[in-house]
Design a protein around this ligand. Structure first.
Ligand SMILES: C[S@@+](CC[C@H](N)C(=O)[O-])C[C@H]1O[C@@H](n2cnc3c(N)ncnc32)[C@H](O)[C@@H]1O
Length: 285
């Protein structure tokens, strides 16, 4: 995705655009209110009418399925590969080093590669807006957003989390302490590929080993013929940050993907499953 000297200038420009965006408090608040109304009043009722699985329901299904079934399959596959010393279909993309201003807690964080996951699962909902996952009692959700639409959502820029510059309630968040990171319609909100990449690196920092990253991002097949290519590009970039895909599905209005946080880049998953709707695309990512 990156890898040349262009990275610095792209990063600088993206950061400037982002900093200006963060200063526009009135626009952020207006967006939060509009987004909340859209999601709760229009999308939800439209999906109820058509029986569509929406992004929030899909994510909840993925979390249940992953921790009851898919994770043990992935670990068994890792063990088989280790036995046969099969490095698997690796991706040869280097991961940029952690930033210099990383919070000391990041370095001290205890990372238990053998953590056994149990409900309630610790979920970080990034760009949550109104904390739609709060209704699930088997999830312990921390919701954050640049401009929260409801009071229980922490006000924070996820790109600053786990760094020494982080202030406010999100400064308490511990790296490598979440079982799941969810981002619904967040990556496509960001104005540059570099910021999206940084966001994925942050998600990797938030997760325990073998934790689950869930992403949904809008797609309109009629307007966007490049949708499959875009999703494939995202998959490659995300996998380069020590993630391996678990699931991909094309929902009526979005791409929905989940990835496992892996520690050893040579222990990689082939796809665990690809939903039938993705296969219909012919070139699902
Ligand atoms: C399109 S809205 C989606 C809201 C909600 N996840 C949903 O699906 O209904 C994108 C949200 O991401 C938030 N967001 C974008 N970048 C963020 C960041 N770096 N840190 C925290 N929140 C962010 C925005 O403020 C906005 O509320």
């Amino acid at each position: 995705m990156f890898g040349s000297s262009d990275r610095t200038s792209e990063a600088d420009v993206a950061q400037q655009v982002w900093d200006r965006h963060l200063e526009d408090h009135a626009a952020l608040e207006a967006y939060a209110a509009a987004m909340h109304e859209l999601a709760e009043s229009h999308w939800k009722t439209a999906d109820d009418r058509t029986d569509h699985v929406d992004r929030v329901a899909w994510s909840y299904q993925q979390i249940s399925r992953y921790f009851t079934k898919e994770l043990s399959k992935c670990l068994a596959k890792d063990a088989r590969r280790l036995q046969h010393r099969d490095p698997g279909p690796d991706v040869a993309v280097s991961v940029p080093p952690a930033t210099a201003d990383e919070h000391p807690a990041t370095k001290q964080a205890k990372v238990d590669p053998n953590h056994s996951f149990a409900a309630p699962f610790r979920v970080l909902d990034v760009g949550s807006c109104f904390n739609p996952l709060r209704v699930h009692k088997d999830l312990d959700v921390t919701a954050l957003d640049l401009a929260p639409a409801t009071p229980e959502v922490l006000r924070a820029d996820f790109l600053q989390c786990f760094s020494s510059g982080q202030e406010g309630p999100a400064a308490e968040l511990c790296p490598h302490s979440f079982d799941v990171v969810v981002m619904h319609y967040v990556l496509s909100y960001m104005p540059s590929p570099w910021l999206r990449y940084k966001c994925i690196q942050q998600a990797r920092r938030a997760l325990r080993p073998n934790g689950l990253l869930i992403l949904t991002d809008p797609d309109s097949s009629k307007q966007n013929k490049n949708g499959p290519r875009m999703a494939a590009g995202w998959r490659r970039a995300i996998q380069s940050c020590k993630f391996r895909r678990v699931a991909y599905e094309r929902l009526p209005h979005c791409h929905a993907m989940s990835f496992r946080a892996v520690e050893q880049p040579h222990l990689v998953d082939a796809d665990v499953y690809v939903a039938s709707s993705a296969q219909k695309l012919g070139q699902g990512p």
